[in-house]
Design a protein around this ligand. Structure first.
Ligand code: NAD
Ligand code: TYD
Length: 362
């Protein structure tokens, strides 16, 4: 179902992390849905940021890309003022659990200190320019802050206590608490969303779904951590973008909204489904059937067993439900990786190979 937002356009929106996976999908969504809005992307272009995700927007007059760090207070302050920003959509983060285990420091810097810096800059800007009814600060977060669920436990709701288990989820939890505090203390018009695992186009190769698609195309082993029985609740990225749009336009400042796809699947079952789709859709594969490439590898330390989102609040309050089923979303995603080798091949750089060796050396 597609929900039409009661848009308060035109907005002047700063999108941090807009060259990453979800951020770039959101930038495309916003530019298409609100063509007269001013859209500024601030992104440091870390290993996960990719200007190729935004190529088609380069010539647009209403669009501007700025390479820079969210921890750079002077830069953020200048941008907010110069561009008279009224809305921040904050995606910038270190986002990969396995990298947070190898090196947590960058996660604290960007996710905690970076979010704090943005909040401080936006607070000053919002206080100085006079508060407007439609000003918003959207903080995009994850369901991983809630920790791990037992098999029969109810899904995470907005009132589930935080219990993060990885440096990544702990740093996101820290940032969520800061955002909440800026609403309670200063009245900043903040919104927090906690979303389940996303998948779709422009997803960096290190994450499970693109990694499996790419390894199948290259005839490489498909690494499954532990027994493959861990459960994630998958949401197609386009549905996430639509939900964030609705939250910005209609959400109640100070509120948190959980976003999920109602698609709980065990990792092994997901990988088997991807293998079937590749076998069906790829004209040529180095190894067939793809499932013969499946390899069980050493488990991730602190690996959360199950995530599941209860998305009742966003459905009831904002009338949002996802449009894609797991079947339609996975099919689109597999097609995208099949037809975008020119996008993913250059990402398998020496740096990426070194990272891969470190994680999968057994
Ligand atoms: P990503 O890693 O693909 O992209 C992150 C982007 O942020 C990159 O473009 C990177 O260059 C940029 N960035 C990193 N550090 C920066 C800094 N200090 N200053 C400026 N830019 C910086 O991440 P993603 O998967 O698109 O996730 C986006 C957001 O959504 C994150 O906050 C993440 O926690 C959250 N989230 C992700 C998922 C998921 O399944 N991927 C699910 C729920 C929530
Ligand atoms: P990932 O895409 O890294 O997302 P997250 O850890 O944020 O949920 O991983 C999704 C699931 O897949 C998670 O349970 C870990 C597992 N996984 C593997 O089994 N093998 C892999 O190579 C990767 C990257 C993940």
């Amino acid at each position: 179902m597609v929900v039409t937002s009661s848009a308060q356009s035109p907005r002047r929106i700063l999108i941090t992390g807009g060259a990453g996976f979800i951020g770039s999908n959101f930038v495309h969504h916003w530019c298409k849905t609100y063509p007269s809005d001013r859209v500024i992307v601030l992104d440091a272009l870390t290993y996960a940021g990719n200007l190729n995700n935004l190529t088609t927007l380069k010539e647009r007059e209403t669009f501007r890309f700025v390479q820079g760090n969210i921890c750079d207070r002077a830069l953020v302050t200048d941008l907010l003022q110069q561009e008279e920003i009224d809305t921040v959509a904050h995606f910038a983060a270190e986002s990969h659990v396995d990298r947070s285990i190898l090196g947590p420091e960058a996660f604290i810097q960007t996710n905690v200190v970076g979010t704090f810096t943005l909040l401080e800059c936006f607070r000053e800007h919002w206080q100085n320019r006079g508060r407007h009814d439609h000003d918003r600060f959207l903080h995009v977060s994850t369901d991983e802050v809630y920790g791990s669920l037992e098999p029969d436990a109810p899904a995470f709701s907005e009132t589930t206590p935080y219990a993060p288990n990885s440096p990544y989820s702990a740093s996101k939890a820290g940032s969520d608490h800061l955002v909440r505090a800026y609403h309670e203390t200063y009245g900043l018009p903040t919104l927090i969303t906690n979303c389940s695992n996303n998948y779709g186009s422009y997803h960096f190769p290190e994450k499970l779904i693109p990694l499996i698609c790419i390894n199948i195309l290259l005839g490489k082993p498909l690494p499954i951590y532990g027994d493959g029985q861990n459960i994630r609740d998958w949401l197609y990225v386009g549905d996430h973008c639509q939900a964030l749009d609705v939250v910005i336009q209609q959400g109640q400042p100070g509120q948190t909204y959980n976003i999920g796809g109602n698609n709980e699947v065990k990792n092994l079952d997901l990988v088997l489904r991807l293998c079937e789709l590749m076998d069906e859709l790829a004209p040529e594969l180095p190894v067939r059937p793809s499932k013969t490439l499946i390899t069980f590898v050493r488990d991730r330390p602190g690996h959360d067993r199950r995530y599941a989102i209860d998305a009742t609040k966003i459905k009831t309050d904002l009338n949002w439900v996802p449009s894609e089923t797991l079947e339609t979303g996975l099919r689109k995603t597999v097609q995208w990786y099949l037809t975008h080798r020119d996008w993913w091949q250059p990402l398998l750089s020496n740096e990426y190979q070194a990272y891969y060796q470190q994680v999968y050396r057994g």
